[in-house]
Design a protein around this ligand. Sequence first.
Ligand SMILES: NC(=O)c1ccc[n+]([C@@H]2O[C@H](COP(=O)([O-])OP(=O)(O)OC[C@H]3O[C@@H](n4cnc5c(N)ncnc54)[C@H](OP(=O)(O)O)[C@@H]3O)[C@@H](O)[C@H]2O)c1
Length: 219
Amino acid sequence: MKIGILGTGNVGRALADGWAAAGHDVVLGSRRSQDLELRSELEASVGDRVAVADPGQAVAGADVVVNATPGTASVPHLASLGSSALAGKILLDVAVGFGEGVTLSHPVESLGEEIQRTFPDTRVVKTLCTIDAGLMVAPGSLVGPSTLFLSGDDTDAKRTVETLLNDLGWPPESLLDLGGIATARGQEHYSLLFMGIAEALGSYGFGIQVVVPTSTQSL
Ligand SMILES: NC(=O)c1ccc[n+]([C@@H]2O[C@H](COP(=O)([O-])OP(=O)(O)OC[C@H]3O[C@@H](n4cnc5c(N)ncnc54)[C@H](OP(=O)(O)O)[C@@H]3O)[C@@H](O)[C@H]2O)c1
């Protein structure tokens, strides 16, 4: 699959590396694509199997576009590419917007919903935002299975994203489809609890698992 990733930070690099290793055709879309220092940094972290281009080029050739930009900047950044450039494409949205301190830039309507509302012809799927970048591509390094969530209005788009998550090592039983894009609110709000757990553990390296009773009688 052709994947264009917007943002070359921790998440963009980790996902680029993971999907390139799985055999996908990955382009990192950077606002600084001509910056030689960034290019050599990317060469060191993702090697030469990932191309680097400007954001417009990365989106143009992609079946799936990944939003790995700061959540406070995502909508203007996507808008700068033009809604027609994104029309019909799947947009896998990993972003969360943080305000001052541990607050969300989208405390009511989620960022995922705002993106879907702003780009109605784009098929937005929110996922991966409940886990640290390193573990997004290494779920098997956790001591037990972890749950990953999907939110989106387009069922086919979610099924495609599930296969991409499988390619990163997430087994089907780890994936929980929460429903429409409005359910992205819960995923984004989890970031606040994520920060609390990270503070308590002294590490971002953890996953969470949804567990159910062993039998309905125990309910
Ligand atoms: N880090 C994590 O473990 C983690 C986990 C879950 C969710 N997330 C979310 O995933 C997103 C990316 O996280 P990250 O840790 O990779 O962030 P990051 O390291 O800060 O990287 C974000 C990248 O986005 C681009 N960018 C920065 N400012 C921008 C702007 N104003 N407009 C457009 N592009 C901009 C930059 O790439 P270029 O300069 O190359 O364009 C930058 O490298 C965030 O929304 C974050 O909340 C992160």
